[in-house]
Design a protein around this ligand. Structure first.
Ligand code: ATP
Length: 339
């Protein structure tokens, strides 16, 4: 992926900010707390006041604000979820909702805001910043790792490890009973979590929305590979695969191969929770500090990304409109090892 980096040189005239807001929005992801902590402490170190906006855009509309001091973000670095809570807000999608949100920010004298969330949250920030005089900088927080312009999103690494741990356990049962398990992994539109976890678990087949070739792989495995692999197997299915998810695909296979012992496991919400990995903590911390830095540099409507281990700034309109393409080398690699 090409890095879309806006210059990170500190502008000669740092912006005179007094108070910033920070909030989490959309689905929760492990490492969001680490980002909140970093934003808060970096801002305080720069003599800014910090306000936590609770419950995403809905909390912004309702003025659900709490002042944040150093001690308020103590002891949260290792915790999953988000201390500020998160939400989805239909009201914020309306111009009236955004007007209320802006009035609440002005009333609280908040000059600029750090939004931690996915592409929907950044779209909301972009729309609001075009209507009102308020700057947003974003930190990508989503377990799908599907944002354009960054190699990494907060929470992805932890979710990946959670999936691998769960599938390793399922594998024990699959082997012991000679079963084929269809394991559904989160990712409505993006299959990266399914693909990387599948590779890490040695899954025989991985079904993802980005590639239809994998269906042939499944047929090959059912006809031939299954018998040669101790008559058991793991098929990872991304939630958003066009086959309709693990349940549908397993049903189809059961009908076509009544002799096989086919089972389904939908990992569900365990993938979102848990203590963030060291990498998620470190990257969320780097991004939190970079977000404050960007606001002080008068950057607006940009997402903080990490590309080739370096911090980059990506305009919101690119981050939300362009797709994060899946690495086809990873698909090829998996196919090579499962012929
Ligand atoms: P995830 O990847 O976990 O789904 P997300 O940030 O993409 O996270 P969304 O539910 O898509 O989650 O968006 C979060 C919130 O952002 C929405 O509930 C809504 O309040 C706001 N939002 C999304 N799209 C828009 C839009 N086009 N205009 C205004 N607000 C929006």
């Amino acid at each position: 992926m090409t890095a879309i980096s806006i210059s990170r040189e500190v502008s000669p005239k740092r912006r005179k900010l007094k108070k910033i807001g920070v909030f989490t929005s959309g689905g929760d992801a492990p490492g969001m707390n680490a980002a909140i902590r970093a934003v808060t402490r970096a801002a305080l170190a720069n003599k800014l006041k910090v306000v936590g906006i609770r419950r995403g855009y809905q909390g912004m509309i309702e003025g659900d604000f709490i002042p944040l001091k150093t001690s308020d973000v103590s002891g949260i670095l290792h915790l999953g979820g988000t201390m500020l809570k998160t939400a989805r807000s239909e009201e914020f999608r309306t111009s009236e909702g955004r007007r209320k949100a802006y009035e609440q920010l002005k009333k609280a004298e908040i000059d600029a805001v750090v939004v931690i969330g996915g592409d929907g949250s950044f779209t909301g920030a972009l729309v609001m910043s075009q209507e009102y005089d308020i700057s947003f900088v974003g930190i990508p927080g989503t377990i799908d790792n599907d944002m354009y312009g960054t190699d990494y999103t907060v929470g992805y690494e932890t979710a990946l490890n959670t999936v691998v741990e769960a599938v390793d356990k399922i594998r024990d049962t699959a082997r012991s009973h000679g079963r084929i398990f269809f394991v559904e992994v989160m990712g409505r539109e993006a299959g990266l979590l399914a693909l990387t976890s599948g590779i890490a678990c040695g899954a025989e087949v991985i079904l993802i929305p980005e590639s239809t070739e994998q269906n042939d792989e499944l047929n090959r495995f059912l006809k031939k590979g299954y018998k040669s692999k101790e008559s058991s197997g793991i098929v990872i299915v991304a939630e958003g695969d066009p086959c309709g998810g693990a349940m549908c695909k397993a049903e189809e296979v059961r009908k076509a191969h009544p002799d096989l012992d086919v089972r389904v496991s939908i990992l569900g919400h365990i993938q979102r929770g848990g203590s963030p990995t060291a990498k998620d903590r470190v990257n969320a911390t780097r991004m939190g500090v970079a977000a404050v830095d960007a606001l002080l540099d008068d950057q607006q409507s940009v997402m903080i990304g990490i590309t080739n281990e370096k911090i980059v700034l990506v305009p919101f309109n690119k981050a939300v409109k362009l797709n994060h393409c899946i690495d086809t080398d990873l698909i090829a690699l998996h196919q090579l090892l499962n012929r």
